[in-house]
Design a protein around this ligand. Structure first.
Ligand code: 3HC
Ligand code: NAI
Length: 692
């Protein structure tokens, strides 16, 4: 049983002990329950202290147990809380570090609560598509007030204990030795009767109707694709309007409904996938890492400046190198402007602004880079330019420095080959804008040393990025897949769609932007440049010519004021373009394709399954370590809707057999070869299995 029991004087101490965060799995629940019974049976014991070992009071229900029989095994969390609340001896929760979800609900069931300053208090269930299911929505409003409780429940964000010190949540804050303080507190209150219960506290709220009307309007607008936040409001309202037990029933029913939803399953999948992405099977967590105290960036263009900001934001000094003073000044001015915007918006203090700008130094000389622990190259995407830079870096950088490339398409093994230390070379593919986007594909070259990989993964975490490992291939994981998506989007134009229809379908599905609006934002010339290379290298790969024709019209996107759509100065709204639509229709005629009305379902399936099929190849080739890594890349880097769980999870929810059946239908149309299911997809579908 994952809870320890000890009697100290006349106080029984029950310590949850289920590393890493004392998740309330079946064994822990049983341990607490048994501990309470034991303490009640022991005549020498006058009070009970409940606390957690290690780095948490409790992180809440054990989410790894969800949807397994153990979740339903008795004692349930509700039964444990009931046993505590009904205990004839006072139970004191000694809260520290983390009290979240079921952990906080457990504390709310105790008669008293003491806390260490700094403890993070939250009901984060909503982030998993759920709501507190063990009384949190009923008890928290009774102790911190309806408004604070509602904010905590619908956002899931943690609040430091000291901010709640004045509320009825905590009876005492204890600086210093928490257990000693809790024992002293328990001794003080041991004889007091009756035992206070949160359920008995009266809730006060003026103008209830107006309050909940306003809450629903705000929460509903922010929740969009997720059912949980509005359910949270229902439950808190029930806490205000109904007797306690009836409110508990409203909460219970809502929890049981939400736990079955795809949205919640997707969010839980995301939670574990994000943590899994950090793990590399053949690079154990205790692999020694190289110290990173200073960094350098070569190239201060779109990406280099953003990458440098990431280091400065994390307090790591970074030197940025450019080819000439003008380019350097331009790059650093952009960095300054970005920080100035944050300053103006109040997201950065003047002190932090000065500190961060002070950590970024510009130079034209490689000599100034040589002592950096890591250098990230972000120069033009041309092998010749990369070659020159890496040869120079090999010459000047100190031994043991990590040499990283931000290339988005080029062969990292070839780049490594330009140096005499390929084991120190790695790809770090940031996404644009690099100071904002959280994803980094960490590209593991054939010869990349394990400690280099481990160091870069840890560094990514330090600079608050989500790193996913990719093997070397053209486009790595994300861009290799998006290419197939973009190809299908092009074919759809030829067959009868216009950009606005395709974008609407994908945006209704939940993508932040459809493919054409995305192209206009990123710059259509980028794909044009890549396709020109492909036409020479892989002439058998067919693309729609519409995107090339668009670029020949000079319509590169928002930056040229025109792309797939028309734009007005100072306005990012995409207005359908007559000129483009005429070009598309004419092109269909020229290639002899009779335009037809394409249904929304077809658009969605062709674009998403194009991603899924390519992903299956990527998995089989071991370019991606696991299917969930691909979901993380698509959600964090490409705007794939979070509530759908990523392309792999989504395909699983559709059913892989259905995915393959749809592909077989499309195989009968134009470019039928495109729709040959990848062997892994065909196999899993045949066996009735899933990716994730
Ligand atoms: N159950 C099971 N495992 C959990 C867990 C939980 N509630 N919370 C965290 N873990 C695991 C993580 O999966 C990870 O495992 P790994 O090392 O094997 O990958 C490990 O604990 C450490 O997690 P983090 O890397 O996230 O560690 P941090 O120190 O950065 O953060 C934390 C700790 C703040 C507790 C964070 O993990 C967190 O936010 N966890 C989720 C908390 C949560 O959502 N609780 C509500 C659960 S639902 C519930 O309680 C229902 C109830 O109302 C009935
Ligand atoms: P950019 O053209 O905006 O900037 C490149 C910078 O490198 C320029 O300022 C140029 O002066 C400088 N430069 C060129 N040769 C140099 C040299 N020999 N030494 C020092 N500086 C040199 O290019 P961008 O967009 O920043 O791309 C850089 C790299 O990042 C490329 O490999 C690109 O594929 C990759 N990338 C780009 C993304 C994007 O959305 N722009 C996204 C992800 C990766």
């Amino acid at each position: 049983m994952s809870a320890d029991y000890e009697v100290k004087g006349v106080v029984a101490v029950i310590t949850m002990n289920n590393p890493p965060v004392n998740g309330l799995g079946h064994a822990t629940r049983s341990g607490i329950f048994a501990g309470v019974q034991k303490a009640l049976a022991d005549e020498a014991v006058t009070a009970i202290v409940l606390t957690g070992a290690g780095r948490a009071f409790s992180g809440g229900a054990d989410i790894k147990e969800f949807n397994t029989p153990k979740t339903f095994a008795e004692p349930h969390l509700l039964q444990v809380i009931e046993a505590i609340e009904k205990a004839a001896k006072p139970v004191v929760a000694a809260v520290h570090s983390v009290a979240m979800g079921g952990g906080l609900e457990l504390a709310l069931g105790c008669h008293y609560r003491v806390a260490a300053p700094g403890a993070q208090i939250a009901l984060p269930e909503v982030k998993l598509g759920l709501l507190p299911g063990a009384g949190g929505t009923q008890r928290l409003p009774r102790v911190v007030g309806v408004e604070t409780a509602l904010t905590m429940i619908v956002t899931g964000n943690p609040v430091p204990a000291e901010k709640l010190a004045e509320t009825k949540l905590f009876d005492r804050m204890i600086a210093g030795d928490l257990l000693a303080g809790a024992l002293a507190f328990a001794a003080e209150i041991a004889a007091r009767r009756p035992l206070p219960k949160v359920r008995d506290v009266k809730i006060e709220l003026a103008d209830r109707e107006a309050f909940f009307k306003a809450a629903r309007a705000t929460v509903g607008a922010a929740a969009k694709h997720f059912p949980a936040p509005l359910k949270c409001v229902d439950c808190v309202e029930a806490a205000v309007t109904l007797p306690f037990e009836e409110g508990m029933k409203v909460e219970r029913d809502a929890f049981l409904m939400l736990v079955q939803t795809t949205e919640s399953k997707a969010l839980r999948h995301y939670f574990f996938s994000e943590r899994a992405a950090a793990k590399i099977p053949d690079v154990p967590e205790d692999t020694p890492k190289r110290p990173i105290a200073t960094a350098a960036v070569v190239g201060a263009g779109t990406m280099g400046g953003g990458i440098a900001m990431n280091f400065a934001n994390a307090g790591i000094p970074v030197t940025v190198l450019e080819v000439n003073q003008e380019a350097l000044d331009r790059g650093l001015a952009t960095v300054r402007k970005n920080y100035e915007n944050s300053l103006k918006k109040g997201r950065l203090t003047q002190e932090k602004f000065d500190q961060r700008m002070g950590l970024i130094l510009g130079t034209l000389s490689y000599e100034r880079l040589k002592d950096a622990d890591i250098v990230i190259e972000a120069v033009f995407e041309e092998m010749g330019v990369k070659e020159k830079v890496f040869k120079k870096l090999d010459e000047v950088m100190k031994p043991g420095a990590i040499l990283a490339s931000n290339t988005s398409t080029l062969d990292v093994n070839r780049i490594a080959g330009f140096t005499r230390r390929p084991e120190d070379v790695i790809g770090t593919h940031f996404f644009s804008p690099a100071n904002v986007m959280r994803l980094v594909e960490v590209v593991r070259g054939e010869k990349t040393a394990k400690d280099v990989l481990a160091t870069v993964m840890a560094l990514a975490k330090k600079i608050r990025k989500i790193a996913v490992v990719s093997g070397v291939c053209d486009g790595f994981i994300g861009n290799r897949m998006i290419e197939q998506y973009a190809r299908q989007a092009g074919f759809l134009l030829e067959e009868g769609c216009l950009p606005e229809q395709v974008d609407r379908v994908m945006e209704e599905f939940g993508f932040a932007m459809g493919p054409f609006r995305m192209g206009d934002l990123a710059g259509n010339d980028v794909g044009w440049y890549i396709r020109k290379r492909r036409y020479a290298e892989q002439p058998d790969v067919i693309y729609s010519k519409t995107a090339d024709l668009l670029c020949e019209m000079g319509r590169f996107g928002q930056k040229t004021g025109a792309g797939w759509y028309d734009y007005k100065p100072g306005d990012r709204t995409a207005y359908p373009s007559e000129a483009v639509n005429t070009m598309i229709v004419n092109h269909s005629r020229e290639i002899g394709v009779e335009r037809r009305a394409v249904g929304d379902q077809e658009i969605l399936e062709r674009l998403v399954y194009a991603l899924v099929n390519e992903a299956a190849y990527i998995l089989e080739e071991k370019i991606a370590q696991r299917a969930s890594d691909i979901d993380i890349i698509y959600i964090t880097g490409y705007g794939f809707p979070l509530h759908r769980g990523g392309p792999m999870f989504y395909a699983d929810t559709v059913g892989l057999a259905q995915v393959v059946a749809a592909m077989e239908r499309y195989a009968k149309g134009r470019h039928g070869r495109f729709w040959k299911p990848a062997p892994l997809l065909a196999r899993l579908a045949g066996e009735g299995k899933t990716f994730t």
